[in-house]
Design a protein around this ligand. Structure first.
Ligand code: DGL
Length: 285
């Protein structure tokens, strides 16, 4: 046995890493919590920093130039403050645009979250697939490239939902949201043509799985909803290796850029994801 001075834990150095990894998960708001759950399940030993750029939420309405500049600026501050071993961009709107600039700027690994076009096309039997995303993600060359490369045999309907991320945040914070508003956002995903119907919908915004139970209830017919979070968690484990044999789970905190006090229900929701410690890194948009 020896004492690991960095982590303050006793361990057998032959079989354990020298210290716990720190994973930074980043999103514009609370959507990345859907990815956090999967990452924590596969690396429960890691220290987690969940960073929400709520000062600039929603990212879906920002121009590409503004989004690249914003994410680079915020990431500079977060990396300097938390020194992560790996960063998960738990946001499709950012990942489909900013990953090359982040990888050029920082030497740590970045794992992105991008529309699950390939698995969606592979699972569809009808050949009608929908991608539900923010207007930003729908407009990206990257998203169109995924469709060209991986969805050859399918007709893909891209649905840019303008309000759904906000509705998901509101619901998570305990506010009442109307079924009719949710249905209006998801309805364009359901296409019926030549006796065939959409049978797979890729949830290409990390906020959207927060309302999955509601989509299932409101959907005009049953479809398979694909959440990319398990694939993201697998990639994290590939890069960091399997969980170390620590006795306790890692520590977790949440960081917000808006600098405003979070409501009680929002704090309760975060605590439900293991995020009881809340910090502020005020960065007005
Ligand atoms: N959670 C983000 C995503 O995965 C988007 C929400 C926003 O528009 O900020 O795309």
């Amino acid at each position: 046995m020896q004492v690991d001075l960095l982590a303050g834990n006793c361990h057998r150095s032959a079989v354990m890493p020298q210290r716990r990894p720190t994973i930074l998960l980043f999103d514009s708001g609370l959507g990345g919590l859907t990815v956090l759950s999967e990452v924590v399940a596969s690396r429960p030993d890691a220290d987690i920093v969940y960073a929400a750029d709520d000062a600039a939420f929603p990212y879906g309405r920002l121009s590409e130039a503004a989004l690249v500049a914003r994410v680079l600026t915020v990431m500079e501050r977060l990396v300097a403050r938390f020194h992560p071993d790996l960063v998960v961009i738990a946001c499709n709107t950012a990942s489909t645009l900013v990953l090359p600039a982040l990888r050029a700027r920082f030497s740590i690994p970045f794992v992105g979250t991008v529309p699950a076009v390939k698995p969606a096309a592979a699972r569809s039997r009808s050949g009608l697939v929908s991608v539900l995303a923010t207007p930003g993600t729908v407009a990206r060359d990257y998203t169109r490239g995924l469709i060209e490369h991986y969805a050859g045999g399918c007709e893909v309907t891209l649905v840019g939902a303008t309000r759904l991320a906000g509705l998901a945040e509101a619901a998570l914070k305990g506010e009442t949201i109307a079924d009719s508003d949710v249905l209006a956002e998801i309805a364009p995903c359901f296409v019926a043509r030549d006796g065939r119907r959409t049978d797979v919908v890729a949830l290409a915004c990390t906020h959207y799985p927060l309302l999955l139970a509601r989509y299932r209830r409101l959907a005009p017919w049953p479809v398979e909803w694909i959440d990319p979070a398990p694939a993201v968690a697998r990639r994290v484990t590939q890069l960091l290796g399997p969980a170390g044999d620590w006795r306790d789970a890692g520590e977790a905190c949440a960081v917000f850029t808006a600098g405003t006090r979070l409501s009680g229900p929002a704090r309760i929701a975060l605590a439900g994801f293991g995020l009881a410690r809340i910090e502020i890194e005020a960065m007005p948009a």
